[in-house]
Design a protein around this ligand. Structure first.
Ligand SMILES: *[C@@H]1O[C@H](CO)[C@@H](O)[C@H](O)[C@H]1NC(C)=O
Ligand SMILES: *[C@@H]1O[C@H](CO)[C@@H](O)[C@H](O)[C@H]1NC(C)=O
Ligand SMILES: *[C@@H]1O[C@H](CO)[C@@H](O)[C@H](O)[C@H]1NC(C)=O
Ligand SMILES: *[C@@H]1O[C@H](CO)[C@@H](O)[C@H](O)[C@H]1NC(C)=O
Ligand SMILES: *[C@@H]1O[C@H](CO)[C@@H](O)[C@H](O)[C@H]1NC(C)=O
Ligand SMILES: *[C@@H]1O[C@H](CO)[C@@H](O)[C@H](O)[C@H]1NC(C)=O
Ligand SMILES: *[C@@H]1O[C@H](CO)[C@@H](O)[C@H](O)[C@H]1NC(C)=O
Ligand SMILES: *[C@@H]1O[C@H](CO)[C@@H](O)[C@H](O)[C@H]1NC(C)=O
Length: 541
């Protein structure tokens, strides 16, 4: 827990008491309950505050106006997948390839492949065109956005090339990178280039290296330009609502309900949302089997995107500014404390306090935030699902896993764990998800020797071994290196965590498993497909 304002205008002890209870998957500690007024501002209260000024001005100009379009985008994406936000790259299509091909052939002084078949020149634009065509035809799940000029591979007939892409199943415009090695040949009939053999995911290591491009300015001078190594403009992922519904069981909901209800109320009141990025992760998801506080929101979710979608300020910064302001002015910021969920958002509409603080000191379930959004308030508060996306760091792992199977895989979601043990509520689940039963059921649905990704909460790795005599089985733990101590994820989360390594915990596993599952071609679900038991227990379906 962060040290809160020592002058403690609100009663820190109560805050601690609440935040120590890690009663759901996450507890966003108490400052999430704070909402800052911006409809009414006492004479320039925050002039000293860089952060808040930025929040306010951002809000004034853009945030709420663009909110409606964010809403729209989230909802419309499935209906119109080509609606790209301003500045996005359009995907490469056969007609754009044809265009660049026409340009080359009309102006070209290049020799054709047959005339010059002794040496392959990877930077010949026609090589890239052959690769682009090949990719377009082969990887139908992918929208290709832009390519770098191919470079030499390890043999004379090989070229390495890097590109950025989107997965069409991801309802966002996030971009990912791939680089592959291709063996290039010549078509006998028209001397054009062709791909003889594509390399595997991330095989084109020469194209990956940050290299300095040598660019001639035509006067025999050259300039060295270092291309960007990292793609920084990436904020997108699947809206969490859709993607998590498959995994939502019991207590997940309270995370989303609480968080999104609070955020929804702040929006309804046209106020900025104050949140503590430090969250508590429940024991079911930790290696220690104990509740763990101090997890960073950004391990799990995309804070960058959240900030863009809603006016938000980080708690620590807010508290510092608050304290400073009261100290210099020797006066209090108008504050309204709300101790019960029974005070509705509609009642708070007319409140002119600079800060509205919902502070529930009663025991749960009285203190569940989502109760604020129940009843009549439900008509007014929209929960901004579209503002909560999964962490890009996790999504990169998702991309690595599905990319390493060339996006050509089927998946089965096998729910076991507590449910399989509870014969009262799920009488058949254990048997229906037993190895023999899985083999039988999947054989009717998934062709032999397909890549089969098993998304599961079954902890025993070898549990699915029987499937290996029919399928190429992939489990999350096969990809440990993606979060191991030599991985990009490890580096980045360690940096976020002040240099201490971060555990790849159960919640992250669920997030990644979910997303890989959603990228599969054929998906088999436990409930409906493997068992007739109901998802929520006996007689609930
Ligand atoms: C807000 O928009 C106005 C008009 O478009 C512009 O002049 C002003 O600089 C913007 N303010 C901020 C903080 O971006
Ligand atoms: C090809 O030539 C035409 C006219 O000669 C010119 O307009 C066009 O820009 C050239 N394209 C390239 C790629 O050089
Ligand atoms: C390879 O092709 C590029 C682009 O057409 C050209 O600039 C370069 O000189 C060629 N290199 C060789 C070795 O032929
Ligand atoms: C690429 O390979 C060709 C022939 O194999 C060679 O002539 C050329 O210099 C190589 N280019 C680079 C940048 O190494
Ligand atoms: C929030 O702002 C919108 C648009 O400016 C306005 O219609 C609405 O009444 C405001 N709500 C409150 C609670 O002030
Ligand atoms: C990474 O982990 C392995 C095994 O857990 C260990 O042997 C190795 O020293 C670690 N490397 C670093 C750089 O921490
Ligand atoms: C992680 O960081 C170490 C040390 O800064 C660096 O040597 C290594 O290349 C990085 N690994 C990745 C995958 O970025
Ligand atoms: C799984 O069950 C659903 C609902 O009954 C059905 O629509 C879907 O086709 C089934 N999937 C497979 C792979 O059999």
């Amino acid at each position: 827990m962060k040290e809160l304002n020592p002058t403690d205008p609100i009663g820190q002890n109560i805050i601690k008491a609440i935040s120590n209870v890690c009663f759901s998957v996450f507890v966003f500690s108490v400052l999430i309950f704070t909402v800052i007024a911006i409809t009414y501002q006492p004479p320039d209260p925050w002039e000293s505050s860089r952060a808040l000024t930025k929040i306010f001005t951002d809000y004034e100009n853009a945030t709420f106006k663009t909110d409606s379009s964010v809403f729209k985008t989230g909802e419309d994406i499935a209906a119109s997948p080509l609606a790209t936000p301003a500045g996005s790259l359009p995907p490469i299509t056969e007609s754009t390839i044809k265009q660049s091909e026409d340009q080359i052939t009309t102006n070209s002084t290049l020799k054709s492949g047959c005339e010059d078949s002794s040496t392959l020149n990877c930077s010949d634009p026609r090589v890239l065109i052959a690769i682009q065509r090949f990719n377009l035809k082969t990887y139908k799940a992918i929208a290709f956005l832009d390519y770098q000029t191919p470079v030499n591979g390890s043999k004379p007939d090989e070229c390495d090339v890097a590109w950025r892409f989107r997965n069409k199943k991801e309802k966002s415009w996030r971009k990912y990178r791939d680089f592959r090695r291709f063996r290039i040949g010549i078509n006998d009939d028209d001397c054009s280039y062709k791909v003889v053999r594509p390399g595997r995911w991330h095989s084109g290591v020469n194209a990956r290296r940050p290299r300095t491009q040598v660019i001639s300015d035509g006067k025999d001078r050259t300039a060295k330009i270092a291309p960007p190594v990292k793609d920084d403009e990436i904020y997108d992922t699947i809206p969490v609502l859709g993607s998590d519904s498959a995994f939502r069981q019991g207590r997940y909901e309270s995370l989303y309900m609480e968080f999104l209800c609070a955020l929804g109320e702040a929006r309804y009141l046209n106020r900025t949302f104050v949140m503590d990025l430090s969250v508590c992760l429940a024991s079911t998801y930790t290696q220690s089997n104990k509740d763990e506080e101090g997890k960073d929101f950004r391990y799990y979710f995309d804070f960058e995107h959240l900030k863009e979608a809603s006016p938000i300020v980080e708690e620590g910064e807010f508290m510092r500014d608050w304290k400073k302001w009261e100290k210099t002015r020797k006066t209090k910021v108008p504050l309204r404390k709300v101790a019960s969920y029974k005070v509705t958002p509609m009642q708070l509409r007319r409140d002119k306090s600079t800060i509205i603080w919902r502070q529930f000191d009663a025991p749960e379930p009285e203190n569940y935030w989502y109760r604020v959004c129940e009843g009549p308030a439900g008509k007014y508060i929209e929960r901004p699902w579209e503002s909560l996306w999964k962490s890009k760091r996790l999504m990169n792992i998702v991309s690595e896993i599905s990319g390493s199977m060339d996006w050509d895989f089927d998946a089965v979601h096998v729910v076991r764990g507590e449910k399989a043990n509870n014969k009262m509520l799920w009488p058949n689940l254990d048997a229906d998800t037993s190895p023999d039963s899985l083999v039988n059921k999947l054989q009717g649905t998934i062709a032999p020797w397909r890549n089969l990704y098993v998304a599961t909460n079954e902890p025993f790795y070898n549990y699915f071994d029987k499937l290996r005599s029919n399928y190429k089985v992939h489990l999350l733990d096969d990809y440990k290196y993606l979060w191991g101590n030599t991985s990009e994820w490890y580096n980045e989360t360690t940096a976020l965590n002040g240099g201490r390594p971060v555990e790849f915990d159960g919640y992250m596993r669920v997030e990644v498993d979910t997303e890989v599952l959603y990228r599969s071609k054929t998906r088999v679900e436990t409930f409906y497909n493997l068992t007739t038991d109901c998802k929520d227990g006996i007689n609930t379906c």
